[in-house]
Design a protein around this ligand. Structure first.
Ligand code: PLP
Length: 393
């Protein structure tokens, strides 16, 4: 059977590979601590759940508008105004089936074959594959741990070519947890304006941020807003991963293009999820704050613990719920290996019953990623096991 050329260029998801291994080990009766999953360990807030149930009872079961329910788009506009201080119209918003879908829609709407998209490394694992699937070319740019793995203006300048169409920036970052300050973003964004590049700003972790202020890219200037497609969603901030609600906010022209694509591919996300999402955004702010406080508490304790492990380097995460741990110090022990992080990941899983994501999944083979969207005591035990493993190397 001849499958498409496209599928031959795509790397299967490392994270799905790990969960398959974890499931197999669990079915053999092993007790695994799984820190590989980027999913909140909280349940969807009660009010949002009740609205979902009520929407079913009200027979909210018909097709609706492609860019999303009016009630939800109004709630998104309101959220962007009050929380992020940026004004959009309802016509600028397209609700999609998760941020993943919002990103894919955006790439389909903006890329021609061969267009280059600059992606700072380490990157969220799906970006390069999504770009390739949409006909683009991912240009993966190295960043430095000294800069908290944040892209600098010089790194951006040296990556731009006549084929560059877009900068994809994830803030706060998965996997590093780094958060760009306004001063760090401004030169990057101004260069994109000057070079007439789009910015895809994936701000899915924006609410899970432990700094006093968070700078959303469209707030920087009207010119910044004009070139930016903002992506956000409810998976991480309101613990609604399975409901599949994400969205874009952009110029009306881009929103129309995204909506046209979505209209042919999926129409719109589940109506029940959209009703629940509208309530989540308007009525569940306290629930969201409680989750963020808990993540922050865990972050503080885990950073304290990590500092006690010898010869590991990490940056203090200011957002999201990941620890990205640099194990470069130990790399000589793995000279014969095809991949340092895959070997470490396998050792931890098979010898220590601990699942983490190898950094190679994010374009950095000397790191591993742990999620602390998991009960604190389990993450603490996970760090104990990592320490024991590293000590015997
Ligand atoms: C950086 C980043 N963007 C987008 C997504 C996709 O989120 P969603 O569940 O809304 O599709 C994830 C999920 O892990 C993510 O980490």
């Amino acid at each position: 059977m001849n499958l498409s050329q496209k599928i031959k260029t795509i790397t299967p998801s490392y994270t799905i590979g790990i969960s398959t291994k974890v499931k197999a080990l669990k079915s053999e009766g092993k007790s695994i601590i799984d820190l590989s999953i980027g999913e909140p360990d909280f349940f969807t807030p009660e009010k949002a759940k009740l609205e979902g149930i009520d929407a079913i009872a009200r027979n909210e079961s018909k097709y609706d508008m492609v860019p999303g329910l009016m009630a939800l788009r109004k709630a998104i506009v309101q959220k962007l105004k009050t929380e992020n201080n940026v004004s959009y119209d309802v016509a600028d918003i397209v609700v999609s089936s998760g941020a993943k879908h919002a990103i894919t829609n955006t790439l389909l709407a903006t890329l021609d074959p061969g267009d280059e998209v600059i992606v700072p490394k380490p990157y969220w694992t799906s970006y390069p594959e999504m770009i390739k699937l949409c006909g683009g070319v991912p240009v993966l740019v190295d960043t430095q741990i000294e800069n908290q793995f944040k892209l600098t203006i010089d790194e951006l300048k040296s990556a731009i070519t006549p084929k560059t169409k877009m900068l994809l920036i994830n803030n706060p970052s998965n996997p590093t947890g780094a958060v760009y300050t306004m001063a760090e973003l401004e030169p990057l964004v101004n260069l994109c304006i000057e070079k007439e590049l789009f910015i895809l700003a994936d701000e899915i972790y924006e609410r899970i941020c432990y700094t006093d202020t968070f700078t959303s890219i469209p707030t920087l200037s009207p010119e910044a807003k004009a070139i930016t497609i903002l992506v956000n969603g409810l998976s991480k901030s309101v613990a609604m991963t399975g409901w599949r609600i994400g969205y874009t906010a952009s110029s009306p022209e881009i929103a129309k293009a995204i909506s046209t694509i979505q209209g042919h591919l999926v129409s719109h996300p589940s109506i029940v999820s959209q009703w629940a999402g509208a309530v989540a955004l308007t009525d569940c702010l306290d629930d969201m704050s409680a989750m963020v406080s808990e993540y922050k508490l865990r972050r503080d304790l885990l950073v304290e613990r990590l500092q006690k492990i010898k010869n590991v380097t990490f940056i203090q995460p200011d957002g999201a719920f990941y620890l990205f741990i640099d194990l470069s110090y130990f790399k000589d022990k793995f000279e014969a290996e095809r991949s340092v992080s895959l070997k470490i990941g396998d050792d931890l899983l098979l010898q220590y019953n601990l699942a983490v994501v190898p950094g190679i999944a994010f374009g950095n083979d000397h790191c591993i990623r742990l999620s602390y969207a998991t009960e604190l005591s389990l993450v603490q035990e996970g760090l104990n096991r990592i320490e024991t493993y590293l000590n015997q190397l």
